[in-house]
Design a binder for this molecule. Structure first.
Ligand code: FO1
Length: 333
């Protein structure tokens, strides 16, 4: 099977580890294995930020490190065995900002990326080059090679102003009420090379439990990507369980765009025209979304086996719905 996964950071990366296991990717090939399963990840680049002359791509790096074995497991972002000497030295020079956790090992990734940007390489080529080292076992393509950044409009008493998503997320822990969340540059952006072809060739699109606004939402904001997916069999995994996000602060993002923090509300927000299937946790078993096949099962990615089972269920639902679509002559979507 060829699966396309639009993914953000921590939740998406962890889900992808389970999806690889469910599809036998990375496991020793068995001789009875007839079909080759592949995963193409469309990575969110809206979190990207330029700091100290370096271009930092948090969600691309989180997927690359998590699937490549270099992630700080506890944090879910950044490198294992990390140190912060460069960060401390920058602060000693009075360099701002000091709120961003710039790790020394991680900085090597940002230097390679900055050097390749300076040499004229697009982000998609740079990501491919970085993945040559990490071998994540999936094809990782940024959603676009153009600059798209998520900025958040806040008013903390000093008047309305837009701050970078990372400042809102890290410095303010998303506690500053967001009046607007904007994908700056999205309208002028185009899908990166390979994105639309991967979606067209996919047997299914699986939307992981990433942040539906700033991760999945940013990817769908790139003109052409959502439209391409509508025609495919799409199954999503709810990032909200029992009215609360499993991790991170997706509720602050949903509130900012006027969407209720609920498994059903997120599916409605993503759109019944896009979603064919939606996995919700047993806590949300009664969820009904018009035009979407809702199934409930445990959704806590509490360990690798649980995550693999969730991914397996998403794939199985996609296969079922694709078959149903073929049966009634539809193309899914
Ligand atoms: N998240 C934090 O909460 N604090 C940090 O200091 C931090 C630094 C950081 C550095 C590199 C990187 O790739 C990710 C980093 N993150 C940090 C996560 C980052 O904010 C992600 O964009 C969010 O977790 C959303 O995916």
């Amino acid at each position: 099977m060829r699966i396309v996964v639009p993914a953000g950071g921590i939740g998406g990366a962890r889900f992808l580890r389970g999806l690889k296991a469910a599809l036998g990717i990375g496991a020793p090939a068995t001789d009875e294995q007839t079909t080759v399963n592949t995963i193409t990840v469309i990575g969110n680049t809206g979190d990207d930020i330029t700091l100290f002359g370096l271009r930092i791509c948090p969600d691309l790096d989180t997927v690359m490190y998590t699937l490549g074995g270099g992630i700080d497991e506890e944090q879910g972002w950044g490198r294992a065995d990390e140190t912060f000497t460069v960060k401390e030295e920058l602060a000693a020079y009075g360099m701002k900002p000091t709120w961003f956790g710039l790790g020394d090992r991680d900085t090597a990734t940002h230097i390679v990326r900055a050097q390749m940007i300076a040499a004229g390489y697009p982000l998609s080529a740079i990501t491919e080059a970085l993945c040559d080292r990490w071998r994540p076992g999936v094809r990782l393509i940024p959603m676009t090679d153009d600059q798209v950044e998520t900025h958040v409009v806040v008013d903390d008493g000093g008047g309305r102003r837009a701050i970078h998503f990372q400042e809102w997320w890290i410095r303010h822990r998303a506690a500053l009420p967001a009046e607007q969340i904007i994908s700056v540059g999205a309208d002028a952006a185009g899908p990166a090379p390979g994105v639309l072809a991967a979606v067209a060739e996919a047997d299914a699109v699986i939307i992981p439990p990433s942040n539906p606004v700033v991760s999945v939402g940013s990817i769908l904001n790139v003109p052409g990507i959502r439209e391409a997916m509508v025609g495919k069999t799409v199954v999503g995994v709810s990032p909200i369980i029992g009215g609360a996000p499993v991790r991170g602060m997706a509720d602050a993002c949903l509130t900012a765009i006027g969407v209720e923090t609920g498994a059903g509300a997120v599916a409605e927000h993503l759109g019944p025209d896009l979603l064919d299937g939606w996995l919700v946790d047993d806590a949300d078993a009664g969820t009904v979304v018009e035009g979407v096949e809702v199934r409930s099962r445990p959704l806590y990615m509490s360990d690798p086996a649980a995550t693999e089972a969730i991914a397996r269920a998403a794939v199985d639902l996609a296969v079922e719905l694709a078959g149903r679509g073929a049966a009634d002559g539809g193309t899914g979507g």
